[in-house]
Write a protein that binds this ligand. Structure first.
Ligand SMILES: O=C(O)CCC(=O)C(=O)O
Ligand SMILES: [Fe+2]
Length: 221
């Protein structure tokens, strides 16, 4: 089957990557862009089910003003050199690193996994502008490379689609809306983390769970 680039067999679940040559680019403003390949990963629903049960998901709490509140989604971060929870994710990271070698000049090394349990889970407007955790300190660097340099963040979406919104930093113009799930791939590139923001807003009604896997280079988070 020549349209399939890679194939992994794991307990009967076949996970297939479509060729990354199918990625389509949309230029945004100020040197930001996105590339998209809907349905990049075949077998994504089986991968979703495995990750949902096998990843050691953690709830985080964050100080907001005078209160400490639950972050409304579950997280698991895999730093550089840490084995990923499924070989399909390692294969995805390697394929993305190879494809963007010329543009990025370095590999994707970390994987941030987020679980949106239902429509009440969300992430507020932000750019990936912080850094990786420092040894012996709590939390990421206050400022990472995404705050100063062009970079790439690749998002693989599994499970039920949720909208990823993108808008120029500080709002103003109407946001772009991309429903992402079931193996869809979206890459944010150029100045996207500095000059644009993204969010996954709360969704009304009963919504199924979604897992987002973000691959990033060193020093971006
Ligand atoms: O759910 C998503 O795909 C976006 C997650 C995100 O932007 C982040 O964790 O930085
Ligand atoms: Fe983000």
């Amino acid at each position: 089957m020549e349209h399939l680039q890679a194939s992994l067999f794991d307990q009967g679940d076949e996970i297939r990557q479509a060729p990354l040559t199918g990625l389509a680019r949309t230029e945004l403003s100020d040197g930001a862009w996105i590339e998209e390949l809907p349905g990049w990963l075949g077998g994504a629903d089986a991968l979703f089910a495995r990750l949902r049960t096998e990843v050691p998901w953690r709830a985080e709490r964050r100080r907001m003003y005078e209160r400490t509140v639950d972050v409304p989604r579950l997280l698991c971060f895999y730093g550089a050199g840490e084995p990923l929870p499924h070989p399909a994710l390692t294969a995805a990271r390697e394929a993305l690193s190879a494809h963007y070698q010329a543009e990025l000049g370095e590999p994707f090394v970390t994987a941030g996994l987020c679980l949106y349990r239902d429509g009440r889970d969300s992430v507020a407007w932000h750019g990936d502008r912080s850094g990786n955790p420092r040894r012996g300190s709590r939390g990421p660097d206050p400022e990472g490379r995404g705050a100063r340099e062009d970079t790439l963040v690749a998002i693989l979406s599994l499970g039920e689609p949720r909208d990823l919104l993108l808008r120029p930093r500080g709002g103003g113009r109407t946001a772009l809306r991309r429903p992402l799930g079931h193996g869809d791939l979206l890459i944010m590139g150029g100045s996207c983390q500095r000059t644009w923001e993204h969010a996954v807003p709360k969704a009304g009604g009963a919504r199924g769970a979604r897992i987002s896997v973000q691959f990033r280079p060193r020093g971006v988070r």
